[in-house]
Each structure stands twice: as structure tokens, then as C-alpha cells.
Design a binder for this molecule. Structure first.
Ligand code: RNT
Ligand code: ZN
Length: 421
């Protein structure tokens, strides 16, 4: 256990050290406090959801592992989320999917509507958090040949158009009831395993279906759509209808947001480089912070170069107010609650490290062609005492600092998770 006195003493030392290079740690702490991190419900239940569709497998995404205590009921999932949220400092939201509707009756995805989410709204009010939404396009027998909104079959398209429309109603309900804008994120798994002849018809149909979905107007302070593209998925190696470029253009032309999932690119591509190329034209972005290992493997986010580059770009180019940060990973080989906590806290820690940078001075050195100073300062910062400022952030938020949260998760695992069958 780190004592409060030690946290305060270490913080004072760190504050002085940062002050010497022109960084205001108090301002950084205040800024971090205002940045919401949206935690994804689906790490807690391996993307099972509660709406039982006629087929349980998913198109284009996979979860591996069978760690004990997977949440199987709404009460289990909210209890697990509560445990994780209570150990993550700062401002938080939770992301849901159509499959998380809570209903007594057997329903098809197309029939899931806002009444099935009152359970979540009541819970979010208790937690004092906002909710984000995702229409589920990847589950059930109406995903035919890996096609939904771009299918040549009108019945299939109409079914999924309705799912999309319902998700907007739900997202609007979240925003309106909670007073926090709900981001409604669209990821559509459509594509082909092998080389197609016709690409354009599929893309034009996807665009038409999306246009129909967004035709009704909702107040933007309640809900806004964001569109998530992808390079490929297992079984969809040759052709993804919703490519990055398609959604990049779609979101700009329709005044919507573009979602950048850090796992959806070529492994050597720097996703943070997209921000300053897109945002001069676009309204804003949603991030799905994820960790790809050789492919879109959805490993738990860690403090690696990719994450540093993402948060550096958001802070240095001042994009944070136009960016909605969500997590998107699913690892069932480890404790799911710890997975949420590590992913969220490391994302916040990386933001903090980016905030603890003398950005204006560095920009000035750079514009004076003093690249030597730029290199020296950025390298020096890597071993600055960010952890002392982080512990102070945890203390201010009343959550355990350092790795003191581990014992809480251990107790919860013994008392709750290990008793589930
Ligand atoms: C899939 C996308 C998508 C999903 C979630 C469950 O490749 O990343 O965001 O992970 O909607
Ligand atoms: Zn994603």
C-alpha cells in the first residue's frame, strides 16, 4: 500500500521537476479529469450479449480463452463493470451493443428497442456515467454469406437497416436520459473471403443502406453516428465493403464521425498519423483503442509505442475535444475485470504522459529548426516521474494508486467470480 503522505511527497517532488521544464502538473491533472474513457461492455462476457439470436457465432470477430467467471446475466455484467469502474479514476462511459438489450422475451435483433435498454439507463444513472451504443450487425442467421447492409438481397438489407434505425433510437434515448451525448458506432462486417468481381455494387448498396438509416434527424447533443472501417477480418480477407477510405469519405460528406480502431490497419501503419490528415476536414473521431498482435487480435491495451503516439498526437495537435476515446479488446485468457482496468488505466496514463510535455516550447524549437533540442527533451521526458503524478490522480479520484487495485480484484474474483458456474 502506498500511503497518502508518500503520494503527496512524491507528487510535490515531481511537480517541481516538471516545473523546471515548463510543465504545469496541476493543469495536466485537471485536463485528464475531463477526458472520458468509454469502457466496452463486451470484454466482460466475451461478446455473448443477452439477446439470444438464432446463431451464436459472430462474423469477423473472435474471442479466445475461458478464464473463470464470465458474466452471463445483466446483473453479473453490471456488477463486474461496477467493480472495474470503481478502480478506474477519472471520467468514464460504457459502450453497449444491440445484443445487450435486457428483455424477458425471446427477441430477434430487429425487435430490440429502447425499452430493452431501460435496465442500462437506470444502472448508468446510479453510476453517474454516460452510455455509448453500437448496432450489432455481426450476429444471427440474417448475416448471409458475410453480408448485411450491402447484401444483394433486399430482405436482408431491410432487416439490418431496421437494426440500424433501432440503434439510433436507443442511442438517442441514452443521450436524452443521461444528459451525456451517446456515440453510436457502426461497424459492418460485410466482405468476401475470395476476390470479388464486383466491388462497386456492394459499396453503393452499403452507402444507400446507411443513408436510409441516418435519414431521420435526432438532436446531435443526444446522439451522433460514427463509422468504423477495417482492412480485413478472418473469413473476409479479400474484400471489406466498409473500407477505411469509404468511411473516411462517408463521415465527411454526411457530417458524422469516423472511427479509427487501432487494430484495423496494416501492422506497421501508424494510426495516429491519420488524425491530422482527417480532422482538418472532418467533424471528429471516435477511437477504438485496441492492441493488434500480427493481426486484429484485440489484445488488452498496454503502454506501448502505438498508444504513446496516439495520445501524443491528440494532445500535441489539440484534438482531444473532437475525439471520443473508447476501448475495444477482448481477451478471455485473463481476468476480465483486470483486463478492463489495465486497458483503461494505461490509456489514461499515456494521456497523462502526453499532457506532461512542454508542447509549446517544443513546437517553438521545431519551428526554429532546433531538432537537437526536440530530440533531447522528448528523450529526457521518457524517464520523468509520470508515475508520481499518476498516483496523485488516483488519490484525487479516491481509487487505489500504483498496483494497489490488484488486491480488490483478487477479493472480487474469490468472492464473486469463482462462485459462478
Ligand atoms: C470489429 C470492430 C468492432 C467490434 C465491436 C464488438 O473488428 O472492431 O468495433 O470489436 O463492435
Ligand atoms: Zn472496433
Amino acid at each position: 500500500m502506498i500511503s497518502n503522505e508518500i503520494i503527496e511527497k512524491n507528487y510535490k517532488d515531481a511537480q517541481q521537476k516538471y516545473q523546471e521544464i515548463g510543465v504545469d502538473t496541476e493543469a495536466a491533472l485537471k485536463r485528464l479529469q475531463r477526458i472520458p474513457i468509454s469502457i466496452h461492455s463486451w470484454e466482460g462476457d466475451d461478446i455473448r450479449g443477452f439477446v439470444k439470436t438464432d446463431e451464436s457465432s459472430s462474423s469477423g470477430i473472435e474471442v479466445t480463452g475461458n478464464y473463470l467467471g464470465v458474466a452471463k446475466t445483466p446483473d453479473q455484467l453490471t456488477s463486474d463493470l461496477h467493480e472495474a469502474l470503481s478502480l478506474i479514476p477519472g471520467n468514464k462511459k460504457v459502450q453497449l451493443h444491440s445484443i445487450y438489450g435486457v428483455t424477458d422475451t425471446q427477441k430477434n435483433l430487429v425487435d430490440v428497442d429502447k425499452d430493452d435498454f431501460s435496465y442500462w439507463v437506470d444502472w448508468a444513472k446510479e453510476e453517474k456515467i454516460g452510455l455509448d451504443m453500437n448496432p450489432t450487425f455481426f450476429r444471427g442467421s440474417m448475416v448471409k454469406n458475410n453480408l448485411t447492409l450491402s447484401s444483394p438481397d433486399k430482405n436482408i438489407r431491410d432487416y439490418w437497416i431496421e437494426v440500424g434505425k433501432k440503434s439510433r433510437e436507443i442511442s438517442n434515448y441514452f443521450g436524452k436520459s443521461l444528459g451525456v451525448q451517446s456515440i453510436n458506432n457502426f461497424w459492418v462486417p460485410d466482405g468476401f473471403k475470395d476476390n470479388p468481381i464486383d466491388k462497386e455494387s456492394y459499396r453503393l448498396r452499403l452507402i444507400d443502406s446507411l443513408d436510409e438509416i441516418i435519414s431521420e434527424k435526432y438532436p446531435e447533443e443526444n446522439t451522433i453516428e460514427s463509422f468504423e472501417g477495417k482492412l480485413f477480418a478472418p473469413g473476409i480477407e479479400a474484400f471489406t465493403v466498409g473500407s477505411h477510405l469509404l468511411y473516411n469519405n462517408y463521415s465527411i460528406s454526411r457530417g458524422k464521425l469516423w472511427t479509427i480502431d487501432s487494430g484495423h490497419w496494416h501492422p506497421t501503419e501508424d494510426v495516429s498519423d491519420k488524425f491530422s490528415s482527417y480532422l482538418p476536414f472532418g467533424k471528429g473521431i471516435m477511437l477504438h483503442v485496441s492492441r493488434p498482435m500480427r493481426w486484429d487480435s484485440d489484445h488488452v491495451v498496454i503502454l506501448d509505442d502505438m498508444l504513446h503516439k496516439i495520445t501524443d498526437s491528440l494532445i500535441r495537435d489539440n484534438y482531444i475535444d473532437r475525439t471520443h476515446i473508447g476501448l475495444d479488446f477482448f481477451d478471455a485468457t485473463i481476468n476480465r475485470i483486470a483486463a478492463w482496468i489495465v486497458g483503461a488505466r494505461q490509456t489514461q496514463k499515456s494521456l497523462l504522459q502526453s499532457l506532461l510535455t512542454p508542447v509549446d516550447q517544443l513546437k517553438e524549437s521545431e519551428s526554429n529548426y532546433d531538432f537537437t533540442k526536440r530530440l533531447i527533451v522528448t528523450e529526457q521526458l521518457k524517464t520523468y516521474p509520470v508515475s508520481a503524478v499518476w498516483d496523485r490522480f488516483c488519490q484525487l479520484n479516491g481509487v487505489p494508486a500504483g498496483s494497489d487495485w490488484v488486491s480488490d480484484v483478487k477479493n472480487y474474483t474469490n468472492d464473486v467470480l469463482s462462485k459462478r458456474n
